[in-house]
Design a protein around this ligand. Structure first.
Ligand code: MTE
Ligand code: MO
Length: 213
């Protein structure tokens, strides 16, 4: 029966709603366009690179160029995966050595919290739990800390839990859809794990440190 005096005028309320809608419009409309305009879509999927066609033709979060990956450091001669395990046990593996380990396949999507996901892609590589076994965790694999060749940016490292490492579908992938990973999808090696946000699928992997985190 005794409402408090209004704290906002009718005009104020209309202005607030109107400018809020306009702000949403300008921060999402860019997703409908290509090129520079697309990057203005701060609140909508704006992608990093446009998917090409062929085996690597699915969405890309950050391209190799954006992440500052120098093709010289991903070559067969230069690149070594460093795997650290129990009591500091360390092995270094080139791509050729990884290919001599048992290879397995997983059909898994990438689901990015930025608002897109792919259909299942056919990944092939070495099981994370097999890599844990190489450095002293033969039975129950522990957590793993994954680091990329990428030097800057929040996505250059990720931690995976023991249950994710133990999952037989979790791979250090070397191939996707029957071909070598493309540079933008993480060549020479990237993590792929089931039922996790895309950000855990670290690309251009350089180092895996197994041990409870
Ligand atoms: N090193 C590195 N790995 C990364 C990223 C990154 O920026 N740098 N982006 C992550 C995010 S947010 C997603 S969704 C996936 C996307 O993988 P894709 O680009 O191969 O589709 O990679 C993840 N791995
Ligand atoms: Mo993502």
């Amino acid at each position: 029966p005794n409402p408090a005096p209004p704290t906002v005028s009718r005009r104020g309320a209309l202005w607030f709603v109107g400018s809020g809608s306009l702000l949403l419009f300008v921060t999402t409309a860019g997703q409908n366009f290509d090129g520079v305009l697309r990057r203005t879509a701060l609140l909508a999927p704006h992608g990093g690179g446009e998917p090409a066609s062929g085996p690597g033709g699915f969405q890309i979060n950050k391209t190799a160029a954006y992440a500052g990956i120098d093709p010289g450091e991903t070559s067969e001669e230069a690149w070594r995966l460093v795997v650290v395990g129990r009591a500091g046990r360390t092995v270094r593996l080139g791509r050729a050595e990884l290919l001599r380990l048992p290879l397995h396949s997983s059909a898994l999507p990438i689901a990015c919290v930025e608002g897109w996901s792919t259909s299942d892609q056919w990944w092939r590589g070495v099981r994370l739990r097999d890599l844990a076994a190489l450095v002293g965790y033969e039975d129950a694999p522990p957590d793993v800390f994954v680091e990329s060749l990428q030097r800057h940016g929040a996505f250059r490292r990720a931690a995976l839990r023991a249950n994710q490492v133990a999952d037989p579908r979790s791979l250090l992938a070397l191939f996707v859809n029957g071909e070598d990973l493309s540079p933008d999808h993480g060549y020479p090696a990237r993590v792929i794990v089931p039922a996790a946000p895309g950000v855990l699928n670290t690309k251009w992997v350089a180092r895996l440190t197994f041990g409870d985190l």
